[in-house]
Design a protein. Structure first.
Ligand code: URA
Length: 430
């Protein structure tokens, strides 16, 4: 089957057959189709879209492109949560140990940074020594013994997605409903879950900007998951201001540590995390309907979530002493407000893109990220500021001193009146 012909058919708006989709996916997994052809295929899908039937075929072909986790060694229900990607979105780091500490097995396979959004694996790897590249056997054993593993996709697990994901990141083909659906669900089917909780992000800093697009993505994920036997609960959440006060891998780990220890409660981050954790806890049978979020809060308050996180980091080789200190590097630059008022909007998309320039994300496929690069937001949404007040600090590891404070200041809109607090949970689909 000619790959060029398949690309042409998709480019011209045709509907691909199961065999044609399988040819692309098999070629991505085996390496027999070149990067340039896969990139052209992705761009064709980006523009021409896919029918729900094609999306389901793509998802299942990608899920079957590698091995599937055997979690029969764990007696608990297996639940995972996945997000479509946000800025400062460290929910997984906090949620996974909360849910596992409630007796639910969490085999979390995550991605690296994608476009302007961060990735859980890059964040975890900023902990010195932490090994996210676990073999399937290691994930299986760790989940059976500890109830939790947070790992990167190995060669064995949905390898077609691994390759396509990395190409999408650098070819501006992330924001595609069928590609996001297939990417996320292929990994989740390979995890062999009992239930999935999805966070579909919506807003200027999400891949789905409008609520209509976010609903369409949520429906697409629910349809493909449900049709293939995976119960899925979805929250559509606002991705406007950064979640929490930190953007950048090590900074986000430090913030998560403080949340897990109950030392900080950044309001937008807490609202989204507790809602999603609550769904996962209910789906895993550890709380009655409507009581999951309360159970999640208890897991922070009684220290069990933090202890679970420490045990997991230790087991995966991470330096627990450094984690416990949670020390952030000194700022390269402090950006200050030039006018008085209230922070009425924060352009998280631009902040996410600026953080890549600092070293927190990739500009090319195999570029290394700098764990310490990032942005600390001092002036959160709704905060009053005076001229000279710090609005954010920047830790640069790539810009080489050429950082322009105006670019960062422009991300913060300071108005004469305080804004209304944003609605974070827009819809729940169960
Ligand atoms: N997360 C994924 O795993 N894939 C996407 O396409 C977007 C978010």
């Amino acid at each position: 089957m000619s790959i060029t012909e398949i690309i042409r058919r998709k480019r011209d708006g045709g509907e691909l057959s199961e065999a044609e989709i399988a040819a692309v996916v098999d070629g991505a997994a085996s390496g027999s189709v070149a990067d340039y052809q896969l990139s052209a295929f992705l761009m064709a899908v980006y523009f021409a879209g896919m029918t729900p039937g094609e999306t389901a075929l793509l998802t299942m072909a990608m899920a079957r492109s590698g091995a599937v986790l055997d979690l029969s060694g764990t007696g608990a229900l297996k639940v995972d949560k996945h997000s479509t990607g946000g800025v400062g979105d460290k929910v997984s780091l906090i949620l996974a140990p909360i849910v596992a500490s409630c007796g639910i097995a969490v085999p979390m396979i995550s991605g690296r940074g994608l476009g302007h959004t961060g990735g859980t694996v890059d964040k975890l790897e900023s902990i010195p020594g932490f090994r996210a590249m676990l073999s399937l056997e290691e994930v299986e054993r760790q989940v059976a013994e500890l109830g939790i593993a947070m790992a990167a996709q190995t060669e064995e697990l949905a390898p077609a997605d691994r390759r396509l994901y990395a190409l999408r990141d650098v070819t501006a083909t992330v924001e595609s409903l069928p590609l996001i659906t297939a990417s996320i669900l292929s990994k989740k089917f390979a995890e062999n879950l009992d239930a999935l909780v999805m966070d579909v992000k919506c807003g200027p800093a999400a891949f789905m900007r409008s609520e209509t697009d976010a609903r369409a993505l949520a429906a697409s994920i629910a349809e493909v998951a449900g049709a293939n036997g995976l119960p899925c609960r979805t929250l559509i959440t606002t991705m406007d201001a950064p979640l929490g006060r930190r953007i950048g891998n090590w900074h986000e780990v430090c913030e998560s540590v403080r949340v897990l220890r109950g030392e900080e409660e950044p309001p937008l981050l807490m609202e989204v995390t507790l809602a999603l954790a609550g769904e996962a806890i209910e789906a895993g049978g550890a709380a009655a309907p409507g009581e999951g979020a309360v159970r999640a809060r208890e897991a922070i308050a009684n220290g069990s979530a933090w202890q679970t996180f420490i045990r997991m980091v230790e087991r995966q080789g991470g330096d627990v002493a450094t984690l416990e200190r949670a020390e952030e590097p000194p700022a390269t630059l402090v950006v200050r407000s030039e006018r008085p008022g209230w922070v009425a909007a924060i352009d998280s998309l631009r902040l996410g893109l600026l953080s890549i320039g600092l070293g927190a994300g990739r500009r090319a496929m195999n570029e290394a990220v700098a764990p310490e690069a990032g942005i600390v937001v001092h002036a959160h949404l709704g905060q009053e500021v005076r001229p000279g007040d710090p609005i954010c600090s920047v830790v640069d590891r790539r810009g080489g001193g050429a950082i322009d404070p105006r670019a960062f200041r422009a991300c913060f809109t300071v108005s004469d009146a305080p804004p209304l607090p944003p609605a974070m949970i827009l819809q729940a689909l169960r």
